[in-house]
Design a binder for this molecule. Structure first.
Ligand SMILES: NC(=O)C1=CN([C@@H]2O[C@H](COP(=O)(O)OP(=O)(O)OC[C@H]3O[C@@H](n4cnc5c(N)ncnc54)[C@H](OP(=O)(O)O)[C@@H]3O)[C@@H](O)[C@H]2O)C=CC1
Ligand SMILES: N[C@@H](CC=O)C(=O)O
Length: 410
């Protein structure tokens, strides 16, 4: 017989409501005892007695053995989750920012207090990637994990490319549909997919990286000129986080837009759908595909974690415990397209080589190879210029023709 869970839920927004809807349709031997929210004046779909604005009502209740944390404030979430773990309560969270920023401490707390923190819903919504990385690929050498990890950015790029929407209108739709974060720069600036990549890398490679060490440049400067460039080359633009094993000791990790050819699985991943491409030594390439945002898809991942807690499931961080020799390597060179406005920017960037430079009245761009560390250093200048940057391995023949460098396909 599975354990009975008495739950304290934090957050009754898009995901909290989504989870509640799903739970209501099932008989799961779980009870939601109380729901903490922020604004007591908001109209709710459930009786008032179920709600509280006082976290202590839940955290100090000895009968509540499980906390589900689904709020939109990473700092408050950190307080709630750490207090819960320390007081012997198991936790399910979907808060990727909070988890990525505190992962090593959260792992220590679980060990010290014998509690479990599960967070499948924090990475790519409905896609069951964390448990697969943790369990299924336990003994497999993973060459790379990459994909589309942010529903909002993908939704915006799809709406612009396929329906001709303006950027601001597409973002507004993503917000109205509940896909975007409270501060949407987390989505369009590539922070949210970076947090997800950091979490995935901990399970895939046993490497715990601070998010600020990882390059993230998003789609905030995407323009019609970039769309036209991509379409002229039969490519699509997607925001793609990548973790790639360079050798036995080094892993490259970065989040930037990518020019994606038709032959790539990611080409057909549209709107709020996400995909995770895993390239493994023996299994070869596998693709996980599903909705990456929204109340019900994410609620289903959260529910899966809740159900796993009924059987005392916990992550063992197997790769970290068995094989944690890897280090982050930011000197890796990546092929990029950079569309820019001011010559000062391009003159200040140190390229390892330039394969092509184009200047016309309407469009100025460079195709070249550049180190991740150089992009981290000059990130603010790139953003301030209004420049747009995309990984350009789809155009690597140009680089390879120059015989200067051979890029492996990611
Ligand atoms: N939306 C999505 O598609 C996905 C979201 N996530 C993650 O899930 C989490 C929740 O997102 P989402 O449901 O979209 O957010 P919403 O903005 O829709 O809802 C947030 C909820 O948190 C409550 N809240 C905020 N601060 C506190 C606090 N200090 N104490 C108690 N309650 C609080 C709000 O209360 P009130 O109702 O009073 O305003 C609201 O109910 C976030 O971490 C997000 O990144 C993960 C995957 C997908
Ligand atoms: N804001 C996120 C929500 C899910 O994680 C996204 O758009 O993917």
């Amino acid at each position: 017989m599975s354990k009975r869970l008495t739950i304290g839920l934090f957050g009754f927004g898009v995901v909290g409501q989504g989870l509640y809807d799903i739970i209501s349709t099932k008989d799961l031997n779980i009870e939601i005892r109380k729901i903490a929210i922020k604004n007591p004046d908001k109209k709710r779909s459930l009786p008032d007695e179920l709600f509280t604005t006082d976290a202590n009502v839940i955290l100090n209740d000895p009968e509540i053995n499980t906390i589900i944390e689904l709020i939109n404030d990473a700092d408050a979430a950190y307080e709630i989750v750490t207090r819960a773990l320390k007081s012997g309560k198991n936790v399910v969270s979907a808060n990727k920012k909070m988890i990525a920023e505190h992962l090593d401490e959260l792992v220590e707390l679980q060990e010290k207090y014998g509690t479990s923190l599960l967070y499948e819903g924090s990475v790519c919504g409905s896609i069951p990637i964390i448990r697969n990385l943790e369990e299924y690929y336990d003994n497999e050498l993973l060459h790379s994990i990459s994909g589309i990890f942010n529903g909002s950015s993908n939704f915006i790029l799809s709406k612009i490319a396929n329906e001709g929407l303006e950027y601001a209108d597409a973002l507004k739709q993503a917000q109205d549909l509940g896909f975007a974060e409270k501060d949407p720069i987390l989505d369009v600036g590539g922070y949210d997919p970076k947090y997800k990549l950091v979490i995935a890398a901990a399970h895939a490679y046993g490497l715990f990286v601070r998010p600020e060490e990882v390059l993230n440049i998003g789609i905030q400067n995407f323009s019609n000129a970039d769309l036209q460039f991509a379409q002229e080359h039969q490519l699509k633009i997607k925001l793609v986080p990548t973790a790639k094993k360079l050798n036995d000791k080094e892993l490259a990790m970065y989040v930037i837009p990518k020019l994606v050819p038709k032959s790539d699985f990611l080409y057909n991943v549209e709107n709020e759908y996400n995909a995770v491409s895993v390239k493994a030594a023996f299994a070869d390439q596998q693709l996980f595909y599903g909705k990456g945002a929204g109340g019900h898809p994410t609620g289903s991942a959260v529910l899966s974690d809740v159900a796993a807690l009924r059987y005392d499931y916990r992550y063992e961080y197997k790769k970290f415990n068995h094989d944690s020799k890897l280090k982050l390597q930011n000197d890796h060179v990546i092929p990029v397209y950079i569309r820019y406005n001011n010559e000062d920017l391009i003159n200040s960037l140190h390229f390892e080589f330039i394969a092509e430079q184009h200047k016309s009245l309407d469009l100025k761009y460079v195709l070249g190879g550049i180190k991740i560390s150089e992009l981290i250093l000059k990130k603010q200048d790139i953003l301030d210029d209004g420049a747009f940057l995309a990984q350009a391995s789809a155009l690597t023949e140009k680089f390879e023709e120059l015989k200067r460098v051979k890029f492996e396909k990611i």
